[in-house]
Design a protein around this ligand. Sequence first.
Ligand code: NAD
Length: 287
Amino acid sequence: MSQRLVVVGAGTMGAGIAYVAAGSGCDVVVVDVDAGRGAAARQQIRGWADKAVARGRSTEADAAALLERLGVMTNLTEVAPGPDVVVEAVPENVDLKRRVLADAEELEPKLLGSNTSSISIDSLAAGLRRPERFCGLHFFNPVYAMALLEIVVGEATDDDARRAALGLADRLGKQPIVVRDSPGFATSRLGNALGLEAIRMLETGVASAVDIDRAMVLGYRYPMGPLELSDVVGLDVRLDISRTLQRAYGDRFSPPQLLLDMVAEGKLGRKTGEGFYRWIDGEKVNP
Ligand code: NAD
């Protein structure tokens, strides 16, 4: 039976989640207050679907059917009530997310999820009428390529919601992990611990950036070293998360001076063309 899924926010993540869900046979509505973002998401999804056809991973008919299953709206009140899942993917701002989640709850979804990458699920659940149906549904970018769904269960999340979240992962072809609500969940906490330590090693001259990254790629089979990954994530994002984790866990997550300096100088990694590496058109150019 087809599932009905509503995605709130048609940005990078919302579009990605909608594409994967529609491609998995769900009927999807994407809601964005900005009609332009909604239209852009539809274009983006069409582009991904066309690319999948060109690469022989999908057929023209499947791509057309995927787009048929996709609706774009500007207001949650236009959406038919009773969807299976609502996923909130609006910007990382507590007050905004709380407002959107309260409105989304009015649709009476079986499962309500937030794609937050750092905000406490319990704090988002605080204003909800039915917090037992709510959990974190943390997808990764680009959603079509990243296998993980980090399910974050709050104090109030009940077993039905947990099962529904696991069912959603299965439906969308994602591999789930279940994590108790705690700052940084599993992914950001571990990723930042390694990233910050790598920056401290570079700062104190233990090895070059290339050799620090090679240590993990060649020695531990990481697909990418921690400094290159920091460039991809964005050094400003690294810094924000490190401050959140420092508040929660203390100085082991305090940002190294080198990170503070690079952010102050606008060296944010891939998106600005310079970080631990140099980047042109999104590609690493050296060494
Ligand atoms: P984005 O800025 O690309 O998109 C957010 C969208 O939400 C925008 O289109 C905006 O118009 C829309 N929006 C704002 N207020 C709204 C409202 N009241 N109702 C409906 N839509 C509204 O953001 P993003 O990068 O897609 O991130 C979304 C969430 O996903 C954030 O919580 C972020 O932390 C998390 N996340 C991001 C990534 C990533 O790599 N970008 C990865 C994992 C998780």
